[in-house]
Ligand binder design. Structure first.
Ligand code: FMN
Length: 173
C-alpha cells in the first residue's frame, strides 16, 4: 500500500501528547503540507499561526472557551504545538479550503509518526466578543477569521482509527 494510503488508514485523533516539541524540520513539513493543499481558484488564502502549547494566547482562548464550563477542559490536550488556520471572511470557500489544509497537516503528521487533533470547539470563543482581539493577537491577515485549528505532537496515547459503514455512507448508482 502506498505511504499516503497508509497514513489515511492509520490516522486517528490524538488526545494525549508527550511534552517534547516536534523538531523545526517536522513542523516545517507540516506547514508545507498545509500550504500544498488545493484551494478554490488557487487563491492560497489560508493563513497558519503556529503557537507553542504554553503560549499566553492559547491560555486566553482556553479561558474564553471555558467560560461557564464545569469542569474546564483543555481543548488541545496539552499538545506542545497548536496551529490555528484562518481564512478570508469574505471568501466563500475559506472553510472548505481550511478543512482540506488541516487534513493535509494531519496526514503529514501521521506520516512523520506524530499525532494530531483537529479542533473545532473553540469556534464560538474565536468568533465571540474577543474576535478582533484574537485576530490581532494571532497575527491574522486583515479581514481574516478563525476557520479551524490543529494540535500536533508526539503521541502519549493511541487510539484505533474509527470504523465506518460503506453501505450507509455510499451510493453507487
Ligand atoms: C471539523 C472538526 C472539528 C473537530 N473538533 C474537535 C474538537 O474540538 N475536539 C476534539 O477533541 N475533537 C475534534 N474533532 C475530532 C473528531 O472528534 C474526530 O475526528 C472524530 O471523532 C473521528 O475520530 P478520528 O479522528 O480518531 O477518526 C474534530 C474533527 C473535525 C473534522
Amino acid at each position: 500500500m502506498s505511504d499516503i494510503l497508509k497514513a489515511i488508514e492509520r490516522r486517528s485523533s490524538t488526545r494525549g501528547y508527550q511534552k517534547e516539541r516536534p523538531t523545526e524540520d517536522e513542523l516545517e513539513c507540516l506547514l508545507r503540507a498545509g500550504l500544498q493543499a488545493p484551494t478554490a481558484a488557487n487563491r492560497q488564502e489560508i493563513h497558519i499561526t503556529v503557537l507553542d502549547g504554553d503560549s499566553p494566547v492559547l491560555a486566553e482562548i482556553e479561558a474564553e472557551k471555558n467560560k461557564g464550563m464545569v469542569p474546564p477542559h483543555n481543548f488541545y490536550y496539552e499538545a506542545p504545538v497548536v496551529m490555528i488556520l484562518s481564512g478570508d471572511a469574505g471568501f466563500h470557500w475559506s472553510a472548505v479550503d481550511a478543512g482540506i489544509a488541516v487534513e493535509n497537516i494531519c496526514l503529514a503528521a501521521e506520516g512523520l509518526g506524530l499525532g494530531s487533533l483537529i479542533i473545532g470547539c473553540i469556534r464560538d470563543a474565536m468568533g465571540g466578543e474577543k474576535k478582533e482581539y484574537f485576530a490581532r493577537a494571532l497575527d491574522f491577515p486583515e479581514g481574516y477569521e478563525y476557520q479551524i485549528a490543529v494540535a500536533v505532537g508526539y503521541k502519549a496515547v493511541s487510539k484505533e482509527p474509527h470504523t465506518y459503514d460503506m453501505e450507509k455512507n455510499v451510493s453507487r448508482l
